[in-house]
Design a protein around this ligand. Structure first.
Ligand code: HEC
Ligand code: HEC
Ligand code: HEC
Ligand code: HEC
Ligand code: HEC
Ligand code: HEC
Ligand code: HEC
Length: 436
């Protein structure tokens, strides 16, 4: 009963069947407190030998010389599950995860090359934005939950709104197409780069609003390169069906989050009235790509190709970026930040060179933008311009003092200039954001 209360307490009296059905879906079970009785135990052999075991009503990770609680989970285990360790309410990623496709525990992605167990990687707010509802970081921290009891999957309000009066709840299907699609794009549009619009917080977005006012998402332009993009919304957007039939086809054509599954063939036949085959269209036109193995790889090909595309679910470095919402009309600020992000992700200075003039122009026309100043500072620091880097870090922190990356960047810049006392102070502030 507890899980029903979690996802639909305010609705269960009148929408009982629907709440019960929804409560069993992967989305409703996409995060929460670990219940040891419902978890598997096991071992992982790597440079360290890990054991996952139940102990005194808790699930624990043990290794020679240490142990940590597996306190929260992320992922319904439809494909896999990540775990979170809570150190006095500060949340950290755990180096192992459960892989349902292989029925076994293994190292979590990104931990394969560690010689020592690393329990110092904070679980940031963006992870919980997609896997939970209303899980906010406590003020002044990056990874401490304001309310740990709030960690329980995706609930009704993420798609219907949280208006106090029922009249003002929204039915996504009845919204204008762009706002309708936005309901799913909150979480299903990962893109190459996702940026928060200046002065905005994603926590303020409500179903029915325009997501582009809050978020800029850069994707690869349609073409062979994007055929195996890493997200359902982007893949559907490049399908011929969507490009030709437009807004008539959307996520809700094939998925209703709380109703019995549709018969895909019937859905296809609403447009393709004279099918060339009798069998189910999905087997050939929406084939499964490589199985989930830790990252956010698309599993079913949502670009609905005529002929199967090469199953390459992790494309390399993109050649170009396009704004998902604005096409070529992205602001210089956003384009500059996106290029800079690619530059650091792929360690490719060509992106940084493209970013630089855009960021400088934006800094002149768009003052009071902490994310912009932090990025400029980090580029300056990487180039050895430590004086200027310090100025930009300080400007950024003046506007928003609670920025972990700006504080650590400032600490590093100061340390490189031999200003140790100030560096220690900046590092202390940064550490206070992620640990007690
Ligand atoms: C007091 C009973 C009651 C409660 C509580 C209630 N609903 Fe409803 N809801 C209804 C009824 C009756 C309808 C169908 C009539 C209508 O369209 O208003 C409905 C319809 C809806 C619709 C479809 C509206 C449309 O325009 O298509 C949505 C969406 C909805 N409810 C969401 C919710 C959510 C989410 C909650 C919990 C936050 C909730 N309801 C709580 C009684 C209730
Ligand atoms: C932009 C939204 C978004 C962010 C951010 C995000 N996820 Fe996900 N995650 C998804 C979606 C959507 C799926 C469903 C499958 C897919 O799209 O590939 C998923 C699937 C998963 C799964 C597999 C669950 C299953 O069994 O189906 C795990 C585990 C997971 N995510 C963990 C994480 C962790 C840990 C983080 C943060 C470090 C994270 N995710 C960040 C949206 C997100
Ligand atoms: C992931 C998004 C999502 C979540 C979460 C969600 N819904 Fe819905 N809901 C939809 C969509 C989309 C529709 C429109 C379905 C259609 O008609 O195509 C809908 C329709 C409805 C309707 C209209 C009647 C119907 O059956 O279609 C009601 C009532 C409703 N939702 C209630 C709820 C309640 C209560 C919860 C929480 C237990 C909930 N929804 C969770 C997306 C969601
Ligand atoms: C708050 C973020 C969020 C929103 C909003 C959201 N999703 Fe999801 N969705 C997820 C996550 C996270 C998963 C992975 C769940 C897991 O397995 O842990 C997921 C999984 C799914 C799945 C695969 C699991 C299944 O039920 O078969 C489908 C399909 C899906 N979502 C459709 C939708 C549609 C359609 C909408 C819009 C009406 C939507 N989602 C809105 C976060 C979201
Ligand atoms: C809302 C209408 C609509 C729906 C629903 C729809 N399609 Fe399409 N689809 C189209 C249109 C329009 C085209 C373009 C036809 C053309 O170019 O002659 C298209 C093109 C295609 C193509 C050719 C792709 C290519 O790259 O050449 C395939 C394959 C296809 N659809 C399969 C499907 C399947 C399978 C489904 C169901 C899962 C489906 N469609 C659902 C409208 C739709
Ligand atoms: C034309 C039909 C169709 C449309 C439109 C569609 N999907 Fe799917 N989706 C499928 C099929 C088929 C599967 C595989 C279902 C299965 O394996 O049971 C699937 C699976 C998924 C999954 C599970 C992971 C995976 O890739 O197998 C997620 C998440 C998902 N869809 C999200 C979305 C989102 C978000 C949208 C809108 C951007 C969307 N889908 C639009 C047909 C569709
Ligand atoms: C056994 C595999 C298979 C099944 C099942 C299948 N298709 Fe196809 N389809 C293909 C192949 C291969 C092509 C490309 C070669 C060709 O044109 O025949 C294609 C091409 C298409 C095209 C684009 C070419 C055109 O005719 O305009 C559409 C649209 C399409 N299929 C729709 C469907 C729909 C709708 C269904 C389900 C009723 C379906 N297909 C079932 C294999 C299949």
């Amino acid at each position: 009963m507890l899980f029903l209360l979690a996802v639909g307490l305010a609705c269960v009296d009148c929408h009982k069947d629907l709440v019960e059905r929804y409560a069993r879906t992967p989305m409703a079970n996409s995060s929460g407190a670990v219940n040891p009785a419902l978890e598997f135990t096991g071992t992982v052999e790597s440079t360290t030998r890990y054991e996952i075991a139940r102990h005194r009503g808790k699930l624990e990770l043990r290794w020679p010389g240490g142990q940590a609680g597996l306190d929260f989970f992320v992922g319904s285990r439809r494909m896999g599950r990540s775990y979170v360790y809570s150190d006095n309410g500060f949340l950290f990623q755990v180096p192992v995860g459960y892989y349902s496709t292989r029925n076994q525990w293994d190292l979590a992605p990104g931990y394969e090359h560690d010689a020592q167990p690393d329990l110092n990687r904070p679980i940031g707010p963006e992870c919980l934005y997609c896997h939970a509802t209303g899980a906010r970081a406590a003020k002044g921290t990056w990874n401490r939950l304001a309310d740990p009891a709030a960690l329980h999957g995706v609930s009704c309000e993420r798609c219907h709104g949280d208006a106090p009066s029922h009249d003002r709840l929204v039915n996504p299907r009845k919204l204008p197409a762009r706002r309708r699609d936005a309901v799913c794009e909150q979480c299903h549009l990962a893109g190459e780069v996702r940026l928060i619009q200046p002065g905005k917080s994603l926590d303020d977005f409500r179903p029915g609003q325009n997501l582009a006012d809050y978020l800029e998402v850069f994707v690869r332009p349609a073409g062979p390169e994007s055929m195996r993009v890493n997200g359902h919304a982007e893949a559907l957007a490049v399908s011929r069906c969507r490009q030709r039939a437009g807004d008539r086809i959307w996520c809700g054509s094939c998925h209703n989050p709380h109703a019995a599954a549709v018969t895909y063939r019937e859905m296809c036949l609403t447009c393709h009235t004279r099918p060339h085959r009798e069998e189910d269209c999905i087997a050939c036109h929406m084939p499964k790509a490589r199985a989930y193995d830790g990252g956010h790889a698309v599993f079913t090909d949502h670009s609905i190709p005529a002929l199967p595309t090469r199953a390459e679910s992790r494309p390399g470095e993109p050649r170009q970026l396009l704004s998902y919402f604005r096409g070529e009309r992205a602001s210089p600020r956003n384009l500059g930040l996106a290029y800079a992000e690619l530059g650091s992700r792929y360690r490719n200075s060509q992106w940084v060179e493209k970013a630089w003039p855009l960021l400088r122009a934006a800094a002149q026309s768009q003052p009071r933008d902490p994310a912009l100043y932090t990025r400029i500072a980090s580029i300056l620091a990487a180039d050895g311009h430590l004086d200027q880097a310090e100025q930009y870090y300080r400007r950024s922190l003046h506007l928003d003092p609670d920025q972990y990356d700006a504080l650590t960047g400032l600490a590093n810049a100061l340390a490189r200039r031999g200003r140790d006392a100030e560096a220690v102070e900046a590092r202390r502030k940064a550490r206070a954001m992620v640990s007690r």
